[in-house]
Design a protein around this ligand. Structure first.
Ligand SMILES: Cc1ncc(COP(=O)(O)O)c(C=O)c1O
Length: 384
C-alpha cells in the first residue's frame, strides 16, 4: 500500500496541515539538504517554501544541527528552566530593543499568548484585527463564521482603510485591548502596509489606551528587529516564531516588562500559562545559532537577492508581490501554479509564496526565475 493510501486511512483526508495540502495529495519529503528537498519519488526541488518561511538557512545547516545535537545530548526537555531560554531571550531583546520575552511552541500559540496578555494587562476584551491576515488558528483570529469557531469579542476591519479604522476607534476605542496587525500579510497578498496608515494606527491606539500588537511571525526575517522597525513604531507587543527556532517548533511573545507582567507567576491574579515543551533547550539552542548566523549583513544580502529576483520576474511580465526575501506569485489557479513549479524543480507555498534561504546560490535563483517564467508562459497558471 502506498504511503498516500496509508495516510488516508489514519489521517482525515490523509492530511495533518491544511496549509500544505495540494490536490490530489502532496508528495512526501524524504530528505532536505541546504536548498534542496528530495521527495519519495526521488524528484529534487529547490525549496522556496522553507517550511513556510521558517528555514532561513535551508535544511541541515551544520552549525544549527550541531547546536541542536549538543543540546539534545544533555537532555531534550526538563521540568526545570534552562539557561538556553535566557540566552535566546537576551539575543532577541538585543536585536529588537523589546524588553521581555516568553516562549512557546508555535506562532499560533504566540498570538494566543499575545491576546491573553493584552486583555489581562488592559482589563479590556475587544480585539481589533484585519481582514485577510493570517495569525494562526486561534478562535479569535480565524473567520468568525468558520465551522467550530467561537470568535469572542473581535472586530475585523479592512486593512489600509483609514476611515474604517477611525470610525471603529471612535465608537469602540475605549473597549479595545489591542489592535493586531501583520505589516505584510501573506494570505492577503504580501502587500506591505501603508506607512501613513500605520502611523495613524499607532497614534489612535495610544490615544484610546489600546495596545498596538504586531504579528511578526513571518516578517521577522525581513529586518534585524522585525519589519515594524522599518515603520519607526514601537509596538506594545509582538508575536514571533518560524526563523527564531532554527527549524524547530517555536513561538514567542515580546513586550515591555509592564505589559507582560501578568505572566509573572508571582503577580496576584496573573495569567497562568504553562507549555510542556515551551523553551525546550533543543529549540532554544538551534534558534540562537540560526539567528546569530542571520545578522544585518546576511539579512540585507538575502533581501537584495529577493528584490533582484522580483525585478527579474516583473521584467518578464510575472505578477509578483512582496518585499525582500519574501515573494508572492499572483496566479488565478494556485494548484496549477504549485504543480507546474514543482515539476520544474521548485517547491513553493500552496498560495504562490516563495521564501528565500541563505542556502540558495545564484544558480538556484536563476533556476527559480526560469521555472516561474516558464510556468507562467506555458499558461499553466494565468496571472490574477
Ligand atoms: C503572521 C502569522 N502569524 C501566525 C502564524 C501561525 O504560526 P504557526 O504556523 O507556527 O502556528 C503564521 C503562520 O504562517 C503567520 O504567518
Amino acid at each position: 500500500m502506498s504511503v498516500v493510501e496509508r495516510a488516508r486511512r489514519v489521517l482525515p483526508g490523509g492530511n495533518t496541515r491544511t496549509t500544505l495540502f495540494v490536490p490530489p495529495h502532496p508528495p512526501y519529503a524524504v530528505r532536505g539538504e541546504g536548498a534542496i528537498v528530495t521527495d519519495h519519488t526521488g524528484h529534487r526541488v529547490i525549496d522556496c517554501n522553507n517550511n513556510y518561511t521558517s528555514l532561513i538557512h535551508g535544511h541541515a545547516r551544520p552549525e544549527v544541527l550541531e547546536a541542536a545535537f549538543e543540546a539534545a545530548r544533555s537532555g531534550t526537555a526538563f521540568g526545570l528552566p534552562t539557561a538556553s531560554e535566557v540566552a535566546l531571550a537576551e539575543h532577541v531583546r538585543d536585536r529588537t530593543g523589546i524588553e521581555q520575552w516568553r516562549f512557546c511552541n508555535s506562532g499560533t500559540e504566540a498570538v494566543l499568548m499575545l491576546l491573553r496578555a493584552a486583555r489581562a494587562y488592559t482589563g479590556r476584551e475587544l480585539i481589533v484585527r484585519f481582514e485577510g491576515s493570517y495569525h494562526g488558528t486561534g478562535d479569535a483570529v480565524v473567520s468568525p463564521g468558520a465551522p467550530g469557531v467561537v470568535p469572542g469579542s473581535v472586530l475585523v476591519l479592512p486593512q489600509n482603510d483609514l476611515p474604517a479604522l477611525r470610525a471603529a476607534m471612535r465608537d469602540h476605542g475605549d473597549r479595545v485591548a489591542a489592535v493586531l496587525i501583520d505589516l505584510m500579510p501573506n494570505r492577503a497578498g504580501l502587500t506591505p502596509a501603508d506607512p501613513a496608515y500605520v502611523a495613524e494606527l499607532d497614534a489612535l491606539t495610544r490615544q484610546h489606551g489600546a495596545l498596538l500588537a504586531v504579528d511578526e511571525v513571518i516578517t521577522f526575517r525581513l529586518h534585524e528587529g522585525g519589519l515594524h522597525q522599518r515603520y519607526g513604531i514601537r509596538p506594545d507587543l509582538v508575536s514571533v516564531g518560524k526563523v527564531i527556532g532554527g527549524g524547530f517548533p517555536v513561538g514567542a511573545v515580546g513586550g515591555r516588562a509592564e505589559v507582560l507582567s501578568p505572566f509573572d507567576p508571582q503577580t496576584p491574579d496573573g495569567v497562568s500559562w504553562g507549555g510542556t515543551f515551551s523553551a525546550n533547550p533543543v529549540t532554544m539552542s538551534a534558534g540562537l545559532t540560526a539567528l546569530r548566523l542571520f545578522g544585518p549583513a546576511e539579512i540585507a544580502e538575502l533581501n537584495r537577492r529577493g528584490d533582484e529576483l522580483r525585478s527579474r520576474l516583473r521584467d518578464a511580465g510575472v505578477a509578483v508581490r512582496g518585499s525582500g526575501s519574501l515573494l508572492r506569485l499572483m496566479a488565478a489557479d494556485t494548484t496549477k501554479l504549485w504543480w507546474s513549479l514543482y515539476e520544474r524543480g521548485v517547491l513553493a507555498g500552496t498560495n504562490g509564496l516563495l521564501a528565500l534561504s541563505t542556502a540558495m546560490t545564484p544558480a538556484h535563483l536563476d533556476h527559480i526565475a526560469d521555472a516561474v517564467i516558464a510556468t507562467l508562459r506555458s499558461g499553466s497558471a494565468e496571472h490574477r
